[in-house]
Structure formats: structure tokens, C-alpha cells
Design a protein around this ligand. Sequence first.
Ligand SMILES: [Zn+2]
Length: 319
Amino acid sequence: MKILNNKKNILCLSLALTFLVLSCSNKQLSPSDLSLTANNASLNESLESKNRRLPFWGVDLKGFQVLDHDSNGVGATAEDHAKARIMTATSKKRMLDILDVIRFVINTPEFEEEMLSSNRKFRSARTTKGPVGAIKKNDYYDNKRVFETLQNVKYKITISKQKLSLSAAAVASVANEHLYLYPADNKLYKRENMFIALPNRDNWDGGGYLNTAYMGGVVLHEIVHNLGYTHGASSHDTVYGVQDVFLKVYNNKEWQAKYKTKLSQFTPYYSILHEDQLTFDTLAPTPKSQKNINEQIVENHSEYACQLNVDGTYNLIKK
Ligand SMILES: [Zn+2]
């Protein structure tokens, strides 16, 4: 009886052990699950730690799009048209790297110092009201508040490659709601339908697009429009002012030496966040999209867009 019991016990124990081993084996034999979890964990950890280190400027990518099948460059060749209808993974990576640099610069104390410097004055180019007050055209902004709108904005942009005027470096919608006049926790800081359009001519594989300072300045210029700042103040233009602060800080040799290591530790950021975007080239849709700048402005509930020109001037495009 005792022996039988022992046998039973041994049998039960064996069964239990076998079950345990099988259970464990079963768990370990789900490599896709495990590796996914492990990857996600380390990915999130890494991005979260980067987020903690550089908490400001929550501009993120909604996606890339290519709208047109042809380029409007004078004397554009078949090859130019072919390039116009594709945004390569390499080009997309470059754009994400630009977003990395902007975010990094905005988080450094030198950017804040320059924004808040008493030598720096920003003037409103519009007369408008919002929940935290009103502002008239040519009134001076509070520098700290301008800086805070950049720090706190948290929205997603579509980066578009499309047929634009020959003089254009970039176009983006000027938001109707002026975030300067909204509290930082207002939902408008999280708008999700803004775009930056870049021309589909040659620049993508050469020229200014390869120059981080130039391109960062252009992209930031357009993002400042997305916050509701515009041109037209008689002096101390805010959009060019913020672009200038970015360039002054980024181009400073001491700043570059000081942050070389930290910048390299931060990057890549957006490329990790959007690594799925880097596994394929984005192509113009078939049939051809009919969406033009005016329609994009309407989609963004804006009245107009700013076209920043390659010569540094601008045009406001009304819908
Ligand atoms: Zn502009």
C-alpha cells in the first residue's frame, strides 16, 4: 500500500514535473512572442529614457505622403518626374533625423537662453483673441510664453512631397488658433492634422535637404506656423526669429562641441519610433491624387499657408 502510494506519488510528481517542464518549454517555445516582448520592452525603455532626458517639443510624425506624379522643374526630364513620385526610405530617414536635431536643440539651455534674451524681441503679426487673452498686430510677445508654446506643443505632422511653386522651399498651414493665447494643457496643443509640404524637385537627393542646419531651420519655420504664428509684424518677426534662434544655437561651434556626445546618444529617436516607415519607399498614389495646397489648407481648418521660398522670403497663400 505504502509502495503503491509512493509509486502514485512518484507518478504524480513525475506528471507534475513533466507538466511543469512542458509548461515552461511551451512558454520558451514561443520565440515570436518573447522576442517581440523583449524588443518592445527595450525599445520603449530606450525611447522613454530619451523622452525623460528631452521632455520638450512633442512634435511627432503622422506619416509621409507623395502627392504628384510629375515635377514642375523647368526642363524636367523623365528621370526628374520619376524621382518626383517617390520618397525613398533614405529621404524619410533624413527627415526624421532633422526632427531629432530640432527636438534636441529646443531642449538645450542655450536655446532657452537665446529665446529669453532681452536682445530678442518677437512681435505679433495678427490681432486675435484666445482663452488667456488677446493680442494686437505689432504687440510684443512675452518671450517666455513663445518659448512655452514650443515646449508644450504635442501634435503630429504629415510630411508631404508634392508639386509646389518653383520658388518654394516648403509650405505649411498657419493655424487659425494661436496657441500663444491658449493654456498649455488645451487640446489644441495636440492637434493632429497639420502638414509640411516640400517640393518634389531635385533637393531630396542633394542641395539644402542634405544640410541639417538649413533644413532644420526650414522645418522649424513651418512648424512655428502650425502653432499659429504668422508673418507681417513691422519688425521682429516671430517665425524668422525662432528660426534664427535655432540656427544661432545649432551653428555655434562651442554648442556643437559641448553636445556632440549627447546628441549622438539621443539620435536616432524618430527613426526608432517610426522604423516601420524606413522599410519601404513611399510612392505617389495611383490614380494621381488631386489634393493641392488649397485643399490641404482647408483640411487643416486654416485660412492660409506660408510658402517659405528658397531665397528666404515668404508668400502667404490664401485658400
Ligand atoms: Zn513663413
